[in-house]
Design a protein around this ligand. Structure first.
Ligand SMILES: Nc1ncnc2c1ncn2[C@@H]1O[C@H](COP(=O)(O)OP(=O)(O)O)[C@@H](O)[C@H]1O
Ligand SMILES: [Mg+2]
Length: 408
């Protein structure tokens, strides 16, 4: 490829680009197109799918197994096969859970059965992100995800895991030391052995590292793929709300399968022209000033890499897909006079949809619709008195009394 017309950004650290959206909108195609373009720009690129409905291979026109395969120069891809992952990577924890089940009279559990827990693919994917970040194998990871609420929620998992670990892990370790010294067993529950505890340690460290990557809006972007259809737009708006709640940087919309003017001029689609224009206007009204990319509907039989090239050209033109289009964190801390503010962006909802709880001195719980997030307060706000909360211009603003020197 003649790279002279393409701009390229400088990536000091591994970049992570996550595509999500409703089923069938074109996540896999868009992810693959993005990854292929990145590889051609010279980035060492990994395309990873966490969708158990494996279609990455189809989109690339190659046969992918459960190991990483090289598609073309600088371009590796794989689909996470969670049963394979369970059997090879999670053996300690899996056998502990199996022992635990037996001890509770529930019969054993196989790797296949454990693999059905929702979101396991995503957890595995986060492990790979950590591994490749540490190994420096790739410049960019593009993640193609499953179209479920689970995926959204799991993007907040590292943070939640840290919270659990802080709450329970320390006490559990103490309890185990005590139990080993005295009883050997606590009732009939088998204690996790050293290997399991090591696995939990690894889990804890991994989640901590991954949370740092996910929390950095310069490094990690979420991009929402959608089609100009009413239901899809609604669902995309909801996803944006939840992703903001989880503090993920949503910096692009890809409106895919947009009929071209030529198509709309022809008889079968003429009726659609006005409808589609209306939907695109709705998208702009809802999401401006976010970066909105349009990708045309194709009716040609382009397959494999050739199709991906066409899509990438449509979406990115001469831009570098690795660029961070906007790097604003949905959650921020500010100071105003003698109050400290925690500000959370909450698009498309109203004050009545939000519930706020103080869990303890160190954390807050925010509920929005069916989703909730536990927010760990920074050291400066631990134990600070909450003066109140307001909901202004789609921002939840929580006011804390500033600690005065000498207050403690
Ligand atoms: N711009 C497009 N024009 C025509 N067909 C498309 C376009 N984008 C995706 N498709 C087709 O739509 C189907 C679903 O796309 P896919 O990328 O697998 O979606 P998802 O991963 O969101 O389920 C596939 O058959 C794909 O080839
Ligand atoms: Mg897909």
């Amino acid at each position: 490829m003649d790279n002279s017309k393409y701009s390229k950004v400088c990536l000091p650290v591994m970049r992570l680009i996550i595509y999500t959206g409703k089923g069938g909108v074109g996540k896999t195609s868009t992810s693959a197109a993005t990854a292929y373009r990145l590889s051609k720009l010279g980035y060492r690129t990994l395309l990873m799918s966490t969708d158990s409905a494996h279609s990455l291979g189809d989109s690339l026109g190659i046969d992918l197994g459960n190991e990483i395969k090289t598609v073309s120069k600088n371009f590796d891809a794989f689909e996470i096969d969670i049963i394979h992952e369970m059997k090879t990577k999670w053996t300690d924890i899996q056998s502990y859970v199996a022992d635990f089940m037996v001890s509770q009279g529930m019969g054993s559990i196989t790797a296949e059965e454990m693999a059905i827990f929702p979101g396991m693919e995503m957890i595995s994917a986060l492990f790979y992100v950590n591994q490749f970040n540490e190994g420096g194998n790739y410049d960019v990871i593009v993640m193609d995800t499953a179209p479920t609420g689970e995926t959204l929620r799991l993007l907040s998992l590292p943070e939640a895991a840290n919270w659990y670990v802080m709450k329970f892990y320390g006490p559990l370790k103490k309890l185990m030391a005590l139990a080993r010294a005295t009883l050997g067993k606590v009732s009939n529950i088998p204690l996790p052995n050293a290997e399991v505890m090591d696995s939990i340690d690894v889990l804890k460290d991994t989640m901590m590292n991954v949370s740092q990557i996910l929390d950095d809006p310069q490094r990690t972007s979420v991009r929402l793929v959608l089609n100009p259809e009413q239901m899809v737009i609604k669902e995309t708006m909801r996803a944006y709300t939840y992703l903001s709640l989880y503090n993920r940087n949503v910096e692009m919309l890809v409106v895919n399968k947009v009929y071209t003017d030529e198509m709309l001029a022809s008889e079968p689609f003429r009726m659609k022209a006005k409808e589609q224009a209306g939907h695109i206007e709705t998208i702009h009204n809802a999401f401006d000033p976010m970066e909105i990319k349009i990708c045309s509907m194709r009716n040609t039989e382009l397959r494999g890499l050739e199709m991906l090239d066409v899509m990438a050209e449509d979406i990115f033109g001469s831009e570098d897909p690795a660029m961070t289009y906007s790097n604003e964190s949905p959650m921020s801390f500010r100071t105003e006079g003698d109050t400290d503010l925690l500000v959370m962006k909450m698009p498309f909802i109203e004050a009545a949809d939000v519930e706020l709880f103080r869990v303890d001195a160190t954390s807050l719980m925010v509920h929005v619709g069916s989703q909730k997030r536990n927010i760990h307060l920074p050291d400066s706000l631990i134990s600070a008195e909450i003066l109140g909360a307001d909901f202004i211009d789609n921002e939840l603003i929580i006011r804390f009394k500033r600690e005065q020197y000498g207050d403690r």
